[in-house]
Design a protein around this ligand. Structure first.
Ligand SMILES: [Zn+2]
Ligand SMILES: [Zn+2]
Length: 339
């Protein structure tokens, strides 16, 4: 079978390797779609923290079950599935406290261990997610959408409150979609008007604000002077993160989904006087995956509009390099394999 290895930053190699045998406790999947995400692009560029090479990338995946271990979970050979691609140890303090998404020994497919840029992949059966009635495209989008759903859930977004979502990339758009589903009045912020327009047209956000154009005044106007009660940051940008307190109401909360490498700071009196709640949001749990699947099936969220670029696995090496260039306008690139 084919296996695409990132040998070192900037270098992919398509290898011929033997098809893996199914391992105990695993299902063997024939991979059908690979979604390309910022993690993959950063890993290729060599800017992803805690990353080692060589590595097979790919964690936004869908496929067909070829072989199963047991009857656990009612899965069937031939069924289309996706899976939760971060495998917890089930023993550490986070796992014991019901937070496998931030397990101390987490093994992320395509990050800590080899991922899905292959024809066939072993996946722990407990990680599988049913996908009947869904397309392989949609199933490959469940994971990135679950990241947004998780952030919205742990932020405890309420009906009719103002939620500011900063960053209108694929993760931010997912956050916006699930904040809308939770009933919030969603304000999208970005520095690119075309991304804001897209958020309005395809994801029905209520307001858009360009961060380069008097954002504090605009948010004051939108919220009747009270500012927003929740901010979910999907920029992973230090300046955007540090500016967020300016938009936050007293008693408000900030959740950071995006990740960047630098220390950041807030003016302590500004942080204090609001009794600000600050937290990060990492990965997602089965509850979030199930919620995303339900919302996709019932048509509450339509992910197909996010797919801006497509490639075949055989040609992916060339196409991948073009996706690194922001000028190509990539929202989500999807790679087809075994199709
Ligand atoms: Zn991803
Ligand atoms: Zn653990």
């Amino acid at each position: 079978m084919k296996q695409l290895v990132c040998n070192e930053p900037g270098q992919f190699e398509m290898k011929q390797v033997s098809q893996p045998e199914r391992k105990e406790g695993n299902a063997l999947l024939k991979i059908k779609r690979i979604g390309i995400c910022g993690t993959d692009l950063h890993a290729f560029e060599g800017t992803q923290p805690f990353f080692s090479y060589p590595r097979v990338l790919g964690h936004e995946l869908s496929g067909e079950i070829v072989e199963l271990d047991s009857a656990e979970g009612n899965f069937k050979v031939g069924e289309q599935v996706t899976f939760i691609p971060y495998y917890p140890c089930k023993e550490c303090i986070a796992c014991r406290n019901g937070k496998p998404n931030c397990c101390t020994n987490i093994q992320g497919a395509g990050v800590h261990i080899d991922g899905g840029m292959v024809d066939y992949l072993n996946v722990p059966q407990y990680a599988l997610i049913h996908g009947q009635g869904m397309s392989y495209d949609e199933l490959a989008m469940v994971e990135p959408m679950a990241i947004g759903a998780h952030a919205v859930r742990i932020t405890e977004v309420k009906k009719d409150e103002f939620v500011l979502v900063t960053g209108a990339g694929p993760i931010g758009l997912g956050v916006m979609a699930f904040a809308k589903i939770a009933g919030a009045k969603v304000i999208a912020m970005d520095v690119q008007d075309n991304r804001l327009e897209f958020a309005k047209e395809q994801f029905g956000v209520d307001y858009v604000v360009n961060a380069l154009n008097n954002p504090i005044e605009t948010i004051k106007e939108i919220t009747g002077g009270e500012m927003v009660t929740a901010i979910i940051d999907a920029t992973g940008n230090k300046r955007a993160i540090e500016a967020s307190l300016d938009y936050l109401a007293h008693g408000g909360r900030i959740t950071m989904v995006g990740l960047q490498l630098e220390p950041f700071s807030f003016a302590h009196p500004e942080f204090h006087k609001r009794e600000t709640t600050l937290r990060s949001s990492r990965n997602a749990t089965r509850d979030d995956f199930d919620h995303v699947v339900d919302c996709m099936k019932s048509g509450k969220v339509n992910v197909n509009s996010l797919i801006s670029h497509r490639a075949k696995f055989e040609n992916m090496i060339e196409d991948f390099k073009t996706w690194l260039d922001p000028k190509t306008g990539v929202v989500k690139a999807i790679v087809s394999i075994n199709d």
